[in-house]
Structures are given as structure tokens and as C-alpha cells.
Design a protein around this ligand. Structure first.
Ligand SMILES: O=C(O)CCC(=O)C(=O)O
Ligand SMILES: [Fe+2]
Length: 401
């Protein structure tokens, strides 16, 4: 170890960029309002709880590599367990002062931290530089693919500068030597019923099921509830140029219904609108729609090469009632439109000239292939995980599409 007073490790290009992009897609599709101001998070247990259990698959090889690296580098004479895995993003205004990661009685089990940067300072966000209080290196400029590991105790007191622009995304893990804090066991026990339910109904096995609306509502302050702020899923769709249109007629509801009731529409079937055109694809809820839009952004260059044979399925909006309905709902879901744009608007919004509605139709189909493949992989892994009470990569050969 180079510096035994401050045991830490910086790994450049540890995660391939395509893995960073895949995790970014998962986060931007599934995240909830986080535990600190202007922070958003996606935990593995949340993925399981929202019928997105298949999205834990891309995490498995990374968790394994990071755990092995930590055991090796910190010369652990004991086995390490993953205590927590989460995607975390920080938007404008988020920061953290000097602290160690085990600095609360309920965090004492944390022995080591691994922070993987999924996007880059300057290109994707401004601010957000990481600092160690003592020892070398003193500063870490986040770059996609790089990882920092450090002991969670007070030998590695650190801070992160305030984000001034954009969204800074990390995959953060903590490791513990205490088996009673093993995340795997908890995940396996919550996974089993989730997958059994699906086997029972079969229907909609990969369609996300949103959590309660307050998990997705960004409040600028604690007290404001749904009177100010915005729904983060609508916010993410908005910065990419999409509005939503409920499948069910809503005009008759307008006078009597409260905002809260209208927010329930986000958990029901809806259509997407862009550039005064209504797409014919029906989405079963807002998370389903958001996932496909984020998938389109992630896979855009591959999709473009696959679409020659298809015809776009979007119809121009001509009725004034529809336009009024769309605007009215937008004002309920995005009370603070400017704040949504400040948080999420930085990264490459699609210009109308660049938007390809044919590729978008292809995304609807390709998304299904992608999630069903992950789902099959998960189903094949689960019996091995249950037997071992541990989540790991099982060499199974290629899973058929
Ligand atoms: O994201 C980072 O660079 C570090 C975050 C951090 O210090 C924490 O979550 O405890
Ligand atoms: Fe920390």
C-alpha cells in the first residue's frame, strides 16, 4: 500500500464506457428522489420493487470485480460483503462537506467505499470535484469509467464541491466485513416472490410498476408537497422534448379533480407527444414511456441502422381540446418547469431536426428484446443465487434472444 495512513486507490478506465452508458440509462429511467437535497437515487431493492428486477443484471459483474479488487488491494484477511449498491446523481446545488462514510452509528458496518464515475466533469456537469482532506491525491476530477476506493473511516475524510450545472452520476458501493449487513441476502429474498408472481401471471413481465407518486416528486422545500416542484419522470421527458397525453379521456375530470388525483394518471396508460405529433404506441404508465425514451437516447446510433423497412406511427395533433389537455396536465406535473430544466436539461437534448420517429418506433421493439434477454438471464441465475445465498455471475453461455 502506497500510503498506509490514508488507504485509498484510484483506478482509471475501470468500467468500460458502454457499461457507464447502460447504467446511466437505468438511472435516468428508474430513479427516485434521493436522500439529500437535489440528489436522485436508484437502489437495487427499488428496481426489484418496481418490477425492474431484470435491471440488476448489468450490476452483477461490476459488483463482483469491485469486491475482489477491494479485498485484494486492502489485503483483507476476511471476506467482504456488499452492504449497499446504488446509482446516485447529483444536480445543481447538491454538495457534501467533510465527512467519513461511517460517521453515523447506523453506518459503522461500512468498511470500504467504491465510487464509480459514470459521466465526466466538464463534458456532463460542472463543479462536483471530489477532495480528500489529507494525503494524496488531494483532488479527484470525476471522469467516466474511473473508480475511487477508500476506507470508510476517518483516515479518508472527503468532500464533494457543489454541482453548478448538469447531472453528475455515480455507481456507489459500500463493503462490510459483517455478514449481517450483506445486501445479497435481502435482495435474493425480495427477488424470489417478484419472479414467482411473474411466472404466475406471465403478462407484462417487464413492464415497470411505479412506486408511490411522492417518490418521484421533487419538492424544492420540505413543506410544499405537490404545490410546487415537479414530477422527475415528466421532467426528464420534458427536457427531451416529450409531453404526455393520457389514454383515457380526461377533460371531464378537470373541474373537480385535485392535482393529486391528476397525478394518478401517471400510473395509467398514456401516449407520448412530440413536436405536435401523437405517437400511436401505448405505454402502460409513465415509467414505461420514460424507459423507452431513455432507451431511444441510449441506443440511437444502433437504431438508425435498423429502421429502413418501418413506417413511422405518429399522427399530427389537430384538435384544440387535445392541445389544451396536454398543456393543462403539464402545468400539474411540472409546476416548476424551470427547475426541471435546470436539473436535467444540460445533457444533449434532442433537437427536432435530429429526432427520428422511425428510429423511435424501432426503439419500442428493441427495448422489449433487451429487457426480455436480461429477464431470461436473471431467471437462470436466481436458483444459483438462492442455493449460495449470494449474488454472482454464473457462467451459463449465451442466453438466446
Ligand atoms: O460521489 C462522490 O464522489 C462521493 C460521494 C460521497 O462522499 C458519499 O456519498 O458519501
Ligand atoms: Fe462520502
Amino acid at each position: 500500500m502506497t500510503d498506509s495512513e490514508h488507504p485509498r486507490l484510484i483506478l482509471h478506465n475501470f468500467l468500460p464506457l458502454h457499461v457507464c452508458k447502460e447504467l446511466e440509462f437505468i438511472h435516468k429511467s428508474c430513479c427516485t428522489v434521493g436522500y439529500r437535497p437535489n440528489v436522485f437515487s436508484t437502489t437495487l431493492s427499488h428496481l426489484i420493487a418496481t418490477n425492474c428486477h431484470h435491471f440488476i443484471m448489468p450490476f452483477i459483474p461490476i459488483r463482483e470485480r469491485l469486491r475482489e479488487k477491494a479485498e485484494e488491494y486492502f489485503r483483507c484477511q476476511y471476506e467482504l460483503f456488499v452492504e449497499f449498491t446504488g446509482l446516485i446523481s447529483w444536480c445543481r446545488g447538491a454538495s457534501i462537506g467533510w465527512h467519513s462514510d461511517d460517521n453515523r452509528p447506523y453506518l459503522k458496518q461500512r468498511d470500504f467505499a467504491a465510487v464509480c464515475y459514470l459521466n465526466s466533469y466538464d463534458a456532463d456537469f460542472k463543479g462536483g470535484i471530489f477532495h480528500f482532506k489529507d494525503g494524496e491525491p488531494a483532488d479527484v476530477v470525476p471522469m467516466a469509467g474511473d473508480v475511487i476506493m477508500y476506507t470508510a473511516d476517518d483516515r479518508n475524510i472527503h468532500s464533494v464541491d457543489e454541482i453548478t450545472e448538469g447531472e453528475r452520476i455515480t455507481l456507489t458501493l459500500w463493503f462490510s466485513r459483517d455478514a449481517s449487513h450483506d445486501e445479497d441476502r435481502k435482495l435474493i429474498s425480495s427477488l424470489s416472490p417478484a419472479l414467482l408472481d411473474v411466472a404466475g401471471s406471465k403478462l407484462h413481465s417487464y413492464i415497470p410498476v411505479p412506486g408511490s407518486i411522492n417518490m418521484y416528486w421533487f419538492p424544492p422545500d420540505e413543506a410544499s408537497s405537490f404545490l410546487s416542484g415537479f414530477d422527475i419522470r415528466c421532467g426528464r421527458l420534458h427536457v427531451l422534448g416529450f409531453d404526455i397525453y393520457p389514454f383515457q379521456e380526461t377533460s371531464h375530470r378537470s373541474a373537480s379533480d385535485s392535482s393529486h388525483n391528476l397525478l394518478e394518471l401517471l400510473s395509467r396508460p398514456l401516449l407520448l407527444v412530440r413536436d405536435s405529433k401523437l405517437f400511436e404506441s401505448l405505454f402502460l404508465n409513465i415509467m414505461h414511456a420514460l424507459q423507452i425514451v431513455q432507451f431511444y437516447i441510449w441506443k440511437f446510433s444502433d437504431l438508425k441502422t435498423k429502421v429502413e423497412e418501418m413506417t413511422p406511427d405518429a399522427t399530427p395533433i389537430t384538435s384544440q381540446t387535445q392541445t389544451t389537455d396536454i398543456d393543462r396536465l403539464k402545468s400539474v406535473f411540472l409546476k416548476d418547469l424551470q427547475l426541471a430544466e435546470q436539473f436535467f436539461g444540460h445533457s444533449k437534448p434532442i433537437k427536432d431536426a435530429e429526432f427520428d420517429s422511425v428510429a423511435f418506433s424501432a426503439a419500442v421493439l428493441e427495448w422489449e428484446c433487451y429487457v426480455s434477454k436480461l429477464h431470461k438471464e436473471l431467471v437462470l441465475h436466481l436458483p444459483h443465487w438462492k442455493t449460495n445465498q449470494s449474488i454472482f455471475c454464473v457462467p451459463l453461455g449465451d442466453v438466446e434472444d
